[in-house]
Design a protein around this ligand. Structure first.
Ligand code: SAH
Ligand code: SF4
Length: 406
C-alpha cells in the first residue's frame, strides 16, 4: 500500500480546470455560465445535452445559441467525454472497452491513457468458448448480432491500476497509475449507454464499481461520479453496487452517505480468516476482517438490503470445505443481513494460482447452503477477452500500442 485517498485527492486537478465540462454537475455548470454573464438555466441545458442526450461536442448543443457555443469553444471549453477507443467482443456477448481518458496537459509526448469498462448483457448463455472467437473491433463497429438484453450490467473502473496489491488480481500488476476524475468514472457509463442506445427510464441497467481500482481509495471522485449518475444521468443508486477490498476509512465515509444516495455495498472477503487473507490480500494486515465487519455494521441498510461478501475461490488455497464452514460462521456471527457471491478465480498471465475444481466449487456452495447462508455462484463473463473479474489490465500495453502506431 503506497497510496492513501486523502493524499491522492489533494493532488488531483479541480473539476473543470482542464476545460472539460463533462464531470461538472448542474450547479457547477450554472456557475460556469454565470461567469459568462449567462442565465443559470443554461447550466441545466448543458447538463441535459451531455448526460441525457449523449452530446459530445459543444457545437452540437443546439439548445444554446450559436454565439454562446462559439464563445465557449473560443475560451477553451470542450465537453471532453471519455471515448471508447477499442472494443473486444466475447462470444458470450460481453464487451470490454478501452476508454480513452485525455490527460491534463503534461509534457509531450504524453501517452493517451485508457481505462477498462465492461458491458455484460443479461439473458445470454454465459461463458462458452475458449477465446478463439473473440472479435477485436475498432471505433465501436459491431461485427455480429448482439444477444438479447434484459438487464445489462456495466462494470466501471475507478482508478487506472490499483495500489492494493491483491496477489490473485491482474490489475494489481499495474500498480496505481492514477485516480480517475468523477467525469472519467461517470463518462465510462455514459459512453457505454450511448454505444448501446440504452434509454434510462425505459431500460434497466445495473452498475457495478468492480472494474480496475479500489473505489474507496478514490472516494471523493467516486462519490461525485455516483451523484452525477444519479442526479444527471438518472440511474437509481439501488441499481449500483460498489465493491471494496476492505478500506475501513472508506467504509466509514460510505456509512455517512444518505441511504437514498448510495449504492449497495460488496466486500471482497476472499478468505475465511486473517491468516489466509493476509497472504493473498496484504491489505488485511492493515485492516483485519473484524475491523472491516465493524465498519460495515455502521452502514444503515435500506429495507431488504443485504451486504454482499465476495469470495474468490483459489484452487487448493481458499476452496476447502473447512474454509466454507469458517466463512459460514463468520457471516452468521457478523449479524449482518448478507449473502455470499462465489467467484471461481479467473486466471491471468504471471499469476501463480489455480482455478478451483468444479467439484470444489460445488462443495463450497453446498457447505454454505447447509449453514443457511444465501450463496450465489457468479458466472465468469468474457474470460476469452480478458473481461472477467480481476482480468482488467491491458490498458497500459494497449495505450502504448495505440500511441506508437499513430
Ligand atoms: N478493488 C475492488 C473492486 C474491483 S475488484 C475490490 O477488490 O473489491 C472486483 C472483484 O474481483 C473483487 O471481489 C476481487 O476480489 C475480484 N477479483 C480480483 N481478481 C480476480 C480474479 N483473478 N478472478 C476472480 N475474481 C477476482
Ligand atoms: Fe485492487 Fe480490487 Fe484487484 Fe485488489 S482485487 S488489486 S483491490 S482491483
Amino acid at each position: 500500500m503506497t497510496a492513501h485517498s486523502s493524499q491522492l485527492d489533494t493532488n488531483d486537478p479541480a473539476p473543470g480546470s482542464d476545460g472539460r465540462l463533462f464531470g461538472l454537475d448542474r450547479d457547477m455548470l450554472s456557475a460556469c455560465m454565470a461567469t459568462l454573464g449567462e442565465p443559470l438555466w443554461r447550466g441545466r441545458q448543458l447538463a441535459e445535452a451531455m448526460y441525457r442526450q449523449g452530446v459530445t461536442e459543444i457545437g452540437l448543443v443546439t439548445t444554446l445559441s450559436r454565439t454562446l457555443r462559439e464563445r465557449l469553444e473560443a475560451e477553451g471549453w470542450s465537453i471532453g467525454r471519455p471515448r471508447i477507443a477499442q472494443a473486444f467482443v466475447s462470444n458470450d456477448g460481453t464487451e470490454r472497452y478501452l476508454v480513452e481518458c485525455t490527460v491534463p496537459p503534461v509534457p509531450a509526448p504524453a501517452p493517451i491513457q485508457t481505462v477498462e469498462t465492461v458491458w455484460m448483457p443479461e439473458g445470454d448463455g454465459g461463458e462458452t468458448g475458449d477465446g478463439t472467437e473473440a472479435g477485436e473491433l475498432e471505433n465501436g463497429q459491431a461485427l455480429r448480432a448482439r444477444p438479447r438484453r434484459d438487464r445489462a450490467t456495466i462494470c466501471v473502473s475507478s482508478q487506472i491500476g490499483c495500489a492494493v496489491n491483491c496477489q490473485f488480481c491482474l490489475t494489481a500488476k499495474l500498480g496505481l497509475q492514477r485516480n480517475l476524475t468523477a467525469g472519467e468514472i461517470a463518462g465510462q457509463v455514459v459512453a457505454v449507454l450511448d454505444r448501446h442506445g440504452v434509454e434510462i427510464g425505459k431500460e434497466r441497467v445495473n452498475l457495478v464499481f468492480m472494474g480496475m481500482g479500489e473505489p474507496f481509495l478514490n472516494y471523493e471522485h467516486w462519490i461525485a461520479a455516483v451523484r452525477l449518475l444519479v442526479n444527471e444521468v438518472g440511474i437509481s443508486p439501488q441499481r449500483m453496487t460498489v465493491s471494496t477490498s476492505g478500506i475501513v476509512p472508506g467504509i466509514e465515509r460510505f456509512a455517512e452517505e444518505p441511504p437514498e444516495m448510495r449504492p449497495k455495498l460488496a466486500i471482497s472477503l476472499n478468505a475465511p480468516n486473517d491468516a489466509v487473507r493476509s497472504q493473498i490480500m496484504p491489505i488485511s494486515r492493515k485492516w483485519p476482517i473484524e475491523a472491516v465487519v465493524d465498519a460495515v455494521r455502521q452502514v444503515r441498510l435500506r429495507p431488504r438490503e443485504r451486504i454482499t461478501f465476495e469470495y474468490v475461490l483459489l484452487g487448493g488455497i481458499t476452496d476447502g470445505q473447512e474454509h466454507a464452514e469458517e466463512v459460514a460462521r463468520l457471516v452468521r456471527h457478523s449479524g449482518l443481513p448478507a449473502k455470499v457471491n462465489l467467484i471461481a478465480w479467473n486466471p491471468g498471465p504471471g499469476i501463480p494460482y489455480q482455478m478451483p475444481q468444479a467439484a470444489a466449487v460445488d462443495r463450497f456452495r453446498r457447505a454454505l447452503e447447509a449453514d443457511e447462508v444465501p450463496v450465489y455462484l457468479r458466472r465468469p463473463r468474457g474470460r476469452d477477452i480478458f473481461a472477467a473479474c480481476g482480468q482488467l489490465k491491458r490498458t497500459v500495453e494497449s495505450a502504448r500500442l495505440e500511441t506508437s502506431s499513430s
